[in-house]
Write a protein that binds this ligand. Structure first.
Ligand code: SF4
Ligand code: SF4
Ligand code: FES
Length: 226
């Protein structure tokens, strides 16, 4: 396999994954390089598109280039890269509450005040979420901003895994978002949606049962075009 890689296509680089040396095509992701080498089992995967957060790894370069944490399904290989699987266990947090505030957060997460502002969590986040700033916002109860911060969170857990003070930033962010969601007046929302939907459905049935074939066909084409 590595012979083919060397004679055709883009240049190759050499990386090590969990101590095993493999050749990879420049520009391909760590996961694709592992699959090519028959070592896909070394790193767990899910979506292979940067969405599920399953393929967390730590990276190191002996020549002093900056390593850190990343997602193996998104990170392209580089010459001399050393890859270490770094699976992060899921952690079921406490249940959300209605009308969350800083006191309610502290009651379930006393860890929130342990933050030493080291910023490791922000550096570790593959989605560029300002995790440390968000923890500081949690301390002040600025939950709308926190919810916004965590909008793009893929729940990889890296920020939690690298936090030496066990502050649990991701788990708290999730709790804030769920608690805010729980505080929305769902029955009123559901009722409005239900009424609108049932009115639309009624009209649609009425039309389907009574219009002629030609009109029905035109309507279907217009719907498909949309
Ligand atoms: S890694 Fe932990 S202690 Fe450091 S800034 Fe983030 S939450 Fe605070
Ligand atoms: S905030 Fe934490 S759990 Fe969410 S994507 Fe960033 S590192 Fe992963
Ligand atoms: S496999 Fe889902 S984020 Fe990498």
């Amino acid at each position: 396999m590595s012979q083919n890689l060397e004679t055709a296509g883009p240049p190759t680089v050499e990386i090590t994954v969990a101590g095993k040396s493999i050749k990879a095509r420049e520009g391909e992701t760590i996961i694709h390089a592992l699959w090519q080498a028959g070592l896909g089992h070394e790193i767990q995967t899910g979506c292979v598109g940067g969405v599920c957060g399953a393929c967390t790894v730590t990276l190191r370069f002996k020549d002093g280039r900056r390593g850190g944490t990343d997602l193996a399904c998104l990170r392209p290989v580089e010459e001399g890269m050393e890859v270490f699987p770094f699976p992060v266990d899921a952690l079921a947090g406490p249940p959300p509450v209605s009308d969350p505030d800083a006191d309610k957060l502290r009651a379930v997460f006393p860890t929130v005040d342990r933050c030493t502002k080291c910023d490791n969590c922000t550096v570790a986040c593959p989605m560029d979420i300002p995790v440390m700033d968000s923890v500081l916002r949690m301390q002040k109860g600025q939950f709308e901003e926190v919810a916004e911060d965590f909008t793009t969170c893929i729940h990889c857990g890296l920020c939690r895994a690298v936090c030496e003070d066990k502050v649990l930033p991701h788990t708290m962010g999730l709790w804030v978002r769920r608690s805010l969601g729980r505080s929305v007046d769902h029955p009123a929302l559901d009722q409005t949606q239900e009424t609108t939907m049932s009115d639309q459905a009624e009209q649609e049935w009425e039309h389907l049962l009574n219009c002629d074939d030609k009109e029905r066909l035109q309507r279907a084409k217009a719907f498909r075009a949309e």
